[in-house]
Design a protein around this ligand. Structure first.
Ligand code: ATP
Ligand code: MG
Length: 457
């Protein structure tokens, strides 16, 4: 399995051009994704009714309906499912239309492998975040004084056009805050465009941001608008700015100082009205001192800093968030609510949460799969949360002590076998097929993992 593979993730591709379907399938399969392709909108809806998908890639122009209408239908029926829209040559109207209707991203044709993989991985990472709630922006849930101060600042900066730098450890909610600023601002009806500066190679990042003209470099077979132009009138979310190269830092500084830039391959200056929201989980001030980040750019970006405290410093939020994720999951699966037992609550409160809110969200999803009935006790929580795994978390967020790989592998295997059994209503032959193993192998594995008598629900 290639690096970064997530073979449990399924992608639905809707495009009427066979060549595009084949190219996308090949790129995504090489990364371990499972792909299903359809040529029409109605076919796409049929596939969504019968199968489970994690991301949809849909062309803006389909033979039987426009991709924008398909997008609207998907957003209504499957609000959690991220949709990436494939757009034609520099078609600004359809791109903006798609972002307004809740597409998580767009992919201009022709696309590179890197751009496709980055877009899909981003969509997966932010799947629930972007999908929940009206207009694709979920609520910020909090009770702590620390987050109350953050939300107060969000409210105040959303009334301005100032550049904002959102800082915080991984998984603290930086993107959520950026989206909230946009949603509350006068730009709410305009696009919120997101770019991950860390996910793209330098050359590609420049043309992603500023666009390029046809022939600007090998492979630039058509003009590309760039995300700054697509975000015109709206907000641009520049994630992981700490990873930007010195050359890109200079170019970004120019945009911030003069509100203008030049697409790759031209000297033409383009003016845009874009509100920049940058985010980083590294210490930019330290990077400035060490010479890795331009001081002038830092001050331009850091007009207002919103610093999100790590979850362990706002323990008041832990149970509230846990219950919020449980009720969101219940809604998603049309179930009654799950109840957190006192021992589980105590474990959640005692843990240091190096992965912050995202880690808590994942732990809750896992618990709903592993628990008995609707009651979640400490045994349904990951070993590192309850301390059972003897893998203490160090203050820097890394995991100390030795890893017991065989134990971890068993834990993972058990987790997926239980998912398969639940999906197939306990039918072991179907579960074996789902897991890609023989029925006899599955039974043997269940026996040795102590799942022999497990009554799957
Ligand atoms: N206060 C909150 N209320 C509700 N959900 C939250 C809150 N904070 C974070 N989340 C959820 O936690 C997940 C992680 O949040 P987000 O992606 O915004 O974090 P991040 O800081 O951008 O992470 P990273 O540094 O890894 O990019 C998302 O699903 C988000 O919706
Ligand atoms: Mg983020």
């Amino acid at each position: 399995m290639p690096a970064g593979a997530r073979h449990s993730h399924r992608i639905l591709i809707a495009d009427d051009e066979e060549g595009v379907r084949a190219a996308l399938t090949e790129m995504l399969k090489a990364e371990g994704f499972a792909c299903t392709t359809v040529a029409e909108g109605r076919e796409a809806l049929r596939s969504l009714r019968t199968g489970r998908y994690d991301v949809v890639l849909a062309d803006v122009r389909l033979p039987d309906m426009s991709g924008l209408d398909l997008l609207t239908l998907i957003r209504e029926k499957y609000p959690f499912l991220p949709v990436i829209v494939i757009t034609g040559f520099a078609s600004i109207e359809s791109t903006i239309g798609a972002l307004r209707r809740g597409a998580v991203d767009y992919l201009p044709k022709p696309f590179s492998r890197d751009a496709v993989i980055a877009a899909v991985q981003q969509a997966l990472a932010a799947g629930t975040a972007r999908g929940a709630g009206g207009g694709g922006t979920p609520e910020i849930i909090y009770r702590s004084v620390g987050m109350a101060a953050v939300v107060d600042l969000v409210r105040r900066v959303s009334r301005t056009d100032s550049t904002v730098l959102v800082t915080g450890e991984s998984g603290t909610g930086k993107e959520l805050v950026a989206r909230a600023i946009h949603r509350m601002s006068r730009r709410a009806g305009q696009p919120f465009v997101s770019v991950n500066s860390g996910a793209l190679p330098e050359g590609l990042l420049e043309s992603e941001l500023f666009g390029h003209v046809r022939g600007a470099f090998t492979g630039a077979v058509s003009t590309s608008l760039g995300r700054f132009r697509v975000a015109d009138g709206g907000s641009l979310f520049l994630d992981e700015v700490g990873n930007m190269s010195p050359a890109m830092q200079v170019k970004l500084l120019r945009v911030l100082q003069e509100q203008e830039f030049s697409p790759v391959g031209t000297s033409e200056s383009i003016k845009v009205d874009v509100r920049l929201i940058a985010a980083t989980n590294s210490n930019l001030e330290a990077a400035v001192k060490a010479g890795g980040f331009r001081e002038d750019l830092f001050y331009r970006m850091n007009v207002i800093e919103i610093s999100i405290p790590p979850l362990r410093e706002r323990k008041d939020d832990i149970i509230l968030l846990a219950e919020h994720f449980l009720s969101a999951l219940a809604g998603k699966r049309h179930m009654e609510k799950w109840v957190l037992q006192p021992d589980a609550q105590a474990a959640l409160m005692a843990y240091a949460w190096p992965g912050n809110v995202r880690e808590l969200e994942n732990a809750m999803e896992r618990a709903t799969v592993l628990c008995e009935g609707s009651s979640i006790d400490a045994s349904a929580l990951p070993g590192r949360v309850t301390g059972a795994g003897e893998r203490p978390t160090l203050p820097d967020g890394t995991i100390g002590g030795a890893f017991d790989l065989p134990v971890l592998m068993d834990e993972i295997e058990k987790f997926y076998i239980l998912i398969a059994l639940r999906k197939t209503a306990g039918n072991r032959s179907a579960a074996a097929e789902f897991l890609g193993m023989k029925r006899t192998t599955l039974l043997a594995r269940m026996q040795s993992l102590g799942l022999g008598r497990e009554k799957p629900r």
